[in-house]
Design a protein around this ligand. Structure first.
Ligand code: C2O
Ligand code: CU
Ligand code: CU
Length: 519
């Protein structure tokens, strides 16, 4: 492997520091196209960076940090249990077309082994939170009681609902209080969503402690309704050797937290049985971990993304990359019986600091009982056609060092700014079709998420080479490789304040977020 070194000067206006960063850029000509993102059309083979330059800075920061916590050995947690079904949130209304329920965010003690008790924060005491299932057109009324010792909100990630019901950081529920969220799910919004806290600078901690759950919206005209379904909700758990939820380290703040345990539906390395062609909904609800899923001995079809079904199924022949908060719907068709590993294939996202190289990790065991086949419909859905864009916005992601930032010494910025709840960064006219170009002007992957709308991708651009997306799909979260530029087409159809941010939750919490006012 050849190495090239180049220098980049970054002057940080924020801290008044002038820092010179030396990046070691590595050639990855041997890298296979397993690196391709499901939504990244250009498979970049040369964009992987290492960050030796950060180590010096890191060590300086580490010296004023308390001693690192000892982590629990991965062998300590039981594995191999059958994939748990998610607990359903009970609909307390018997009226047609109405979903009413109660959620309580509260501390709960769970015994993970006979010796270890962990205090989580969980919705209704469940890890993950109870599953919500509703139909397009349903009136939803959910009362949330906040029994954790901090203010919180509940954000309904991906749903097309009014901004004042969407759990913005400005609308916190103080500790000990309740509020009711009320909205109607619009037609055309069927898909695979989730809910999680979105308070001011508290999201990283609250998600790390266990607050998140799924929200499925069904359509009455679903072309795949006859298939059996499974839900795979991936989350990430970092435990100390005492079984406590570990604090974020400097490295977690910089790169996004990754625990030593990846859970599916709350279970560590479960056994998942697939008997025949099955529709699988997948959530990457990890704070910072990228999943690059490999599903052996099966035909795998991508049929849906963040915003529901795609126009037509796409057969996948490389791993499925999901950055934090992305979802996918797959149809998995076993080709031969037997037991195989479900794995996440090592994906280099350009982490900073002294971190080990990415490795393949085992997520669970897949038991395929027999070979099967299926004829999928050739068209699944027609996407809403957005007209010509009449407005254009540009965003730029940057990273700068700041010795005064105690959480990792880095600032993550959008258009040179940190999130400010009082500042409106951008304005849009309601119903106007816009193109947004997001430029990841940094050496690590970040993703882009926006509230209130599902967008389509117009182009991906790296090194001046522009490519159309590989397929049409509705997204609310999209990954950007280092120095990649993505153009999306978007329309906001409700007035009010909307957030957009990187969904590596530590970056969002550190301020890599902006505010859009729709008028
Ligand atoms: Cu899933 Cu603004 O968040
Ligand atoms: Cu969201
Ligand atoms: Cu980020």
């Amino acid at each position: 492997m050849k190495r090239r070194i180049f220098l980049l000067n970054i002057t940080t206006a924020i801290s008044g520091l002038a820092v010179t960063k030396a990046f070691a850029k590595m050639d990855h000509s041997s890298m296979s196209d397993t690196m391709c993102a499901i939504n990244s059309d250009e498979c970049q083979k040369e964009d992987s960076m290492h960050h030796e330059h950060m180590n010096m800075n890191m060590n300086m920061n580490m010296s004023n940090n308390k001693t690192p916590q000892k982590l629990l050995a991965t062998s300590a947690l039981p594995q191999g249990q059958d994939l748990p079904e998610l607990v359903r949130l009970k609909n307390t209304s018997d009226k047609q077309g109405t979903f009413e329920a109660n959620l309580e965010a509260k501390p709960v003690k769970i015994k993970l082994t006979p010796e270890l008790t962990t205090e989580f924060w969980a919705y209704n005491g469940n890890i993950p939170g109870p599953a919500i299932e509703a139909f397009e057109g349903d009136k939803v009324k959910i009362t949330v009681k906040n029994s954790i010792p901090q203010a919180t909100t509940v954000h309904w990630h991906g749903l097309l609902i009014p901004s004042n019901q969407d759990g913005n950081p400005q609308d916190e529920i103080p500790a000990g209080s309740s509020r009711t969220y009320e909205f109607t799910i619009p037609e055309g919004n069927a898909g695979t969503y989730w809910y999680h806290p979105h308070g001011h600078e508290t999201v990283a901690e609250q998600v790390a402690r266990g607050l998140a759950g799924i929200f499925i919206v069904r359509s009455k005209k679903d072309p795949l309704a006859s298939l059996p379904e499974q839900n795979w909700f991936f989350s990430d758990l970092k435990l100390t050797d005492k079984g406590e939820i570990a604090d974020n380290s400097m490295v977690d703040w910089m790169n996004g937290r990754e625990g030593q345990f990846v859970l599916i539906n709350g279970a560590y390395r479960p056994k998942i049985t697939v008997k025949s062609a099955t529709r699988v909904r997948i959530w990457n609800a990890c704070s910072g971990r990228y999943l690059n899923l490999s599903i052996p001995n099966c035909d795998v079809y991508l049929v849906g993304t963040d915003g529901g079904l795609m126009p037509k199924p796409i057969q996948l022949n490389s791993p499925l990359l999901l950055s934090p908060a992305e979802r996918a719907e797959l149809v998995i068709v076993p080709k031969q019986s037997g037991t195989v590993y479900l794995q996440s294939i090592g994906y280099d996202r350009g982490k900073m600091g002294n971190v080990p190289p990415e490795q393949d990790i085992i997520l669970g065991e897949l038991v395929l009982t027999e070979s099967s086949s299926i004829a999928l419909p050739s068209t699944l859905r027609e996407l809403p056609k957005l007209g010509h864009a009449t407005a254009h916005k540009t965003l730029e992601y940057t990273e700068v060092m700041d010795m005064k930032e105690p959480r990792g010494g880095m600032l993550f910025l959008i258009n040179g700014k940190r999130h400010d709840m009082q500042r409106i960064d951008l304005e849009s006219n309601i119903h106007e079709v816009e193109e947004w170009t997001i430029f990841n002007n940094s050496h690590m992957d970040h993703n882009f998420h926006i509230h209130g709308a599902q967008f389509t991708t117009v182009s991906h651009e790296v090194d001046g080479k522009k490519n159309p997306p590989k397929y049409e799909a509705l997204k609310d979260t999209i990954n950007l490789r280092p120095y990649e530029k993505i153009t999306i087409k978007i329309q906001q159809n409700m007035p009010g304040l909307r957030m957009y941010h990187c969904h590596i939750i530590e970056h969002e919490t550190l301020g890599m977020m902006g505010q859009l006012m729709v008028k």
